[in-house]
Design a protein around this ligand. Structure first.
Ligand code: FES
Length: 115
């Protein structure tokens, strides 16, 4: 995930906004990151990542290394929402459709695959 990638896809909050918020406002608890453009108050999928950024900022660490790509991050969010983890608000980045499984073939098919 790059600095200008959206960390909270529900409210279009970038990683850069959150990191600047942490640096300038110095929140005492991870939950206070919701004061940064209401990040984390939609489907809730990004709360784990917000908490991780907060913990790393407090400990002086970095998030480099095992960062998901923005595409992987969006897929994780779609899976989270499809599994009942939360509901994105109106105006949120849409979630991906899940691939459909053909039980007779046992294979995954995309939602637009008519075969
Ligand atoms: S992605 Fe942040 S609340 Fe949904």
């Amino acid at each position: 995930m790059q600095l200008d990638d959206e960390l909270c896809l529900c409210f279009h909050v970038t990683k850069r906004k959150v990191m600047n918020y942490i640096r300038i406002e110095r929140p005492r608890r991870a939950a206070q990151l919701s004061e940064c453009f209401v990040a984390g108050t939609g489907c809730g999928c990004c709360r784990t990542y917000l908490a991780r950024l907060f913990d790393e900022a407090v400990s002086g660490g970095t998030t480099e290394g095992d960062e998901p790509t923005s595409e992987d991050y969006a897929r994780m969010r779609s899976r989270y929402v499809h599994q009942g983890g939360g509901r994105p608000p109106p105006g949120a980045t849409p979630i991906d459709e899940l691939p459909q499984v053909d039980p007779t073939k046992g294979e995954n098919r995309g939602p637009l695959d008519g075969s």
